[in-house]
Write a protein that binds this ligand. Sequence first.
Ligand SMILES: [Zn+2]
Length: 609
Amino acid sequence: MELGPDPHSFANFKHAKTTQIDLVLNCDFEAKEFHGHVDITVDLLQDTDVVLLDISGLKIQECSEADSGKKLDYSTATQAYCGSCLEVKLPPNACTKGSQAKVRVKYNTTAQSSGIQWLSPSQTKGGDQPFCFTQCQAIQTRTVLPCQDTPSVKAPFSFTITVPSDLTAVCSGLRQGEPTPNGDGTHTFVYHQPMPVMAYLIAAAVGKLAKASLGPRSDLYAEPEILEAARWEYDGITETFIVEAEKVCGTEYKWKTYDIVMLPSSFAYGGMENPNATFLSSALLAGDKSLTTTLAHEITHSWCGNMVTNAFWKDFWLNEGFTRYVERRILGAMFGPAYRGLQMTYGYFDLIKNCNFLAHRPYLLKLQPEIVGVDPDESFSRIPYEKGSLFLHYLEGIVGGEQPMTTWLRTYFTDFAEQSVTTDDFRDHFTAHFTKAGVDMSGVAWDHWLHGVGLPDYDIYAHIDNSMTVRCKEIAHTWLHDDGNGANASDIDGMKAHQVMVILDTIINENTHFSGDKLDRMDSTYHFSETKNCEIGFRWFLLCLKNNHRSCFEGVKAYLSRNGRGVYVKPLYVELYRVDPEYAREVYGGLSDFYMDVVAEPIKKTLEL
Ligand SMILES: [Zn+2]
């Protein structure tokens, strides 16, 4: 079976394109499955007698014409790395260009549906109710519903979901009234997403969720046990971020509401920008608002990613690099250019770390990685984020600063609203805009940035405000080159969390050996091993493991058991396995149910399990 125009999907969307999805599902915690049906409306852009859908780990029961109930023939073909193709024969009267068909697929999910995470009551804060949530980006929607699972296809959707009466379902759309009781211990929620979106933005979280207000268009959903902590962290700032994002992007927030759902800390990501219902990991509740930058990031996706989308996964930087760039513009506007400089330094260090970590896979070190035949989740890294945002910062310098960039962003988000774009589309649009504005574009090093491997040739420090990082580098220097002489606890008093991260990253990126004694002194000075901040904790334990510091093992184990985020735990397992393979396997063995598949699979590969 041939793949479609998107190398990560079978969808024949150039012939039959999805224009509406209506999902009706029961959430069955006992069977750990969703069952029900999906109606997929397709418009025929060319003559064809089939619609090709992506599926993976789904049990298909029946395909029919949604309105008449007339059965439709179907078949499936398997292709290893991105699931299977469900080929549904279209009704004979709907096979010509210009016609429309509505196909119903009855199905249920299975234990292989890796886009759904089922948590037992003991894996929740409350301990008395189960929890489940979906995570569909990049190509996991096909494990939740049959669909054209490519970011090149956008359609509005509805999601009707039946759940146990004492649980709440939050989906990535606008809620249509109160849930309807069914008289059998269940009730049904209905959500509509009127904006055309990619299948990967279809999402649901079901659990014992309490609600609190965060602002004029924002509610928070969280387990009652963490509701107040989360409300304290995000109250007010949610609306401020939205308003600032509107200013930087030059266009208004189009999605009406912006709610947040707090997920358990086993979530594989910091956040997921599901429209109207951003999912955030409760590991971000640092207790001091120091990680609310992730919220600025997810809000920014309302423009970069959710409204203007990468057409293919190799263009992922158009989602994430743009989002990082705008996120830091927002933070700069709110807290000053020095804070933007700090965030960019932190991002640059992340880029260096990722280039080192992925040095054996140079095809991933390009802005447009070569990922045909590779699962995009498996190649996920910070490269598209940090190299992409650095590229936009470089371009900002060429076109004359922040204001010209915002003027261009306004036209970009207007001209490509609700569309999927490629890197070529971006380049053509950017070049045309600034050429018209009289900017000399001849010196732009397109080839170097778009196709170069690894760190770009760009002196970031010459182009940012470094005043918040000077002291960080001095402190790092004390430990790197003067054995920590003169260091004391007050060094980091009053510092922003990202400054502390810069200290640790400066040390990590030097790759200098630190003795166990030095690490112990460092920890007794700054108490890094006790931090509640998961970003600082990650860096501290990474530094310890890189230096074979076995006395950190208990701390590492505790960290790995309360954080399921891939960008932290994957590198930690790599180092732990290098230091002590047996111990690494033992730690993982006790936690294998905790991690999501998208994180567990690469860890298993690391541990050679
Ligand atoms: Zn993102």
